[in-house]
Structures are given as structure tokens and as C-alpha cells.
Design a protein. Sequence first.
Length: 75
Amino acid sequence: MHSSRVSRAVSRLVPFAVLAAAALAVSGCSEGIATAPPISKLIRSYDDTLTKDQQQDVISDLQNEAKQAEAQAKN
């Protein structure tokens, strides 16, 4: 008789324990979301593009390196 009371009590507590665990998990996620930087700041830092002069310099460097590699491959 005592074990049936315990099993009934446990079976009643299990759903509450599951809900409490889920609530704790969600509250932990919301704290991380609240401290994340705004999306506009993330986009701005990603949008650091090269100027036209910088682009031309990089293209020239890559072309020169390709010519050098081609010349070395022929030798």
C-alpha cells in the first residue's frame, strides 16, 4: 500500500518536473538573446568592403602571383 502511494506521488510530480526543466532551459536561452548585439551592428561590421583602389591593388597582386606561378611551373 505504501509503494502505491509513492508511485502515485511520483507519477503526479513527473509532469511538473518536466515543465520546470523546460522553463529553466527557456529562461537560460532568453538571457543569451538579451545580451546579443543588435543585428544592425552585426551587419555593419560585416559590410567592411574594399575601396576601388584597394580592389585594384588586390587584383594586380593576384595577377602578378598567378604569372609568377605560371612562370615557375614552366621552368
